[in-house]
Design a protein around this ligand. Structure first.
Ligand SMILES: [Fe+2]
Length: 258
């Protein structure tokens, strides 16, 4: 079978992603009515994709095959395609690895598990607060307070190959941490528009300073902040963690022409 099969599911997904996101390259949201039908069609296509559609297979369940080894990247990326409208590829996570908490400024995104299981923890920045968290020690990093953000934990959920996609928008679930659960995992990743530091869309990493719902943090919270704000906390922008880096692997699936 030719690799550039025009009827390949991944080709249909790429075409639909282009149609869906071509008019929202700026900080608009996919929540708009205009895009709903197109987005739903994309979600339907992405929901049906499986590892075999990309000529991929889950690694055999041997300790040496799926576990991260010293000097080998914990996470790898298979590039599929990129246009000004969107990028698409596959992230491969070895056993016990994570993609640390990071953002997607002004971007929409879609994650679909191909094999294995992942846990996705989604946050949003609430505002760029000029104040600091109640228990933040200014001696730790007095110059970093500009990179401290009030935030809200939106959701924590697990996804497997039979789950629908996990979505993010410029304003909802925009930051996430992704952990491989119970073995290696792989997921299709669509970002629209793609990361582009020259256009204000660089990737930043964050550390959770504390969550008011986590016991024993010593967080002091005003009474009025409790209740509906119980998932609010603080994020500190950090450099890319030293134990995380992303290698590259060749994409084995059908060629995408977009
Ligand atoms: Fe991401």
């Amino acid at each position: 079978m030719p690799r550039d099969n025009k009827s390949a599911l991944i080709q249909k997904i790429a075409k639909q992603a282009f149609i869906t996101f071509k008019d929202c390259r700026s900080a608009s949201s996919v929540d708009g009515n205009v895009l709903t039908d197109k987005l739903n069609e994309l979600i339907s296509l992405v929901t049906s994709v499986r590892a075999k559609d990309l000529k991929m297979m889950a690694p055999k369940n041997r300790p040496s095959s799926g576990a991260a080894e010293p000097q080998s990247p914990p996470v790898s990326y298979m590039h599929i395609c990129e246009t000004e409208v969107f990028s698409m590829g596959v992230f491969l996570l070895k056993t016990g690895t994570s993609i640390p908490l990071h953002d997607h400024p002004g971007m929409n995104g879609m994650i679909k598990v191909l094999y294995g299981k992942i846990s996705v923890r989604c946050f949003d920045k609430l505002e760029n607060s000029l104040t600091v968290p109640p228990d933040f020690d200014p001696q730790l990093a007095p110059l970093q307070t500009a990179g401290v953000w009030r935030s809200v934990l939106r959701s924590v959920a697990e996804y497997s190959e039979n789950s629908g996609p996990c979505l993010l928008t410029p304003v909802r679930d925009n930051l996430h941490q992704i952990d491989a659960v119970d073995g290696p995992a792989a997921f299709l990743d669509i970002l629209a528009p793609p990361y582009n530091p020259d256009d204000g869309r660089d990737c930043h990493y964050y550390k959770v300073l504390h969550s008011v719902t986590e016991p024993g943090t010593g967080a002091k919270v005003d009474q009025e902040q409790l209740g509906e704000k119980e998932n609010e906390g603080w994020l500190l922008e950090i450099p890319q963690p030293e134990d995380f880096w992303c290698g590259g692997e060749p994409y084995p699936g059908p060629v995408v022409d977009i």
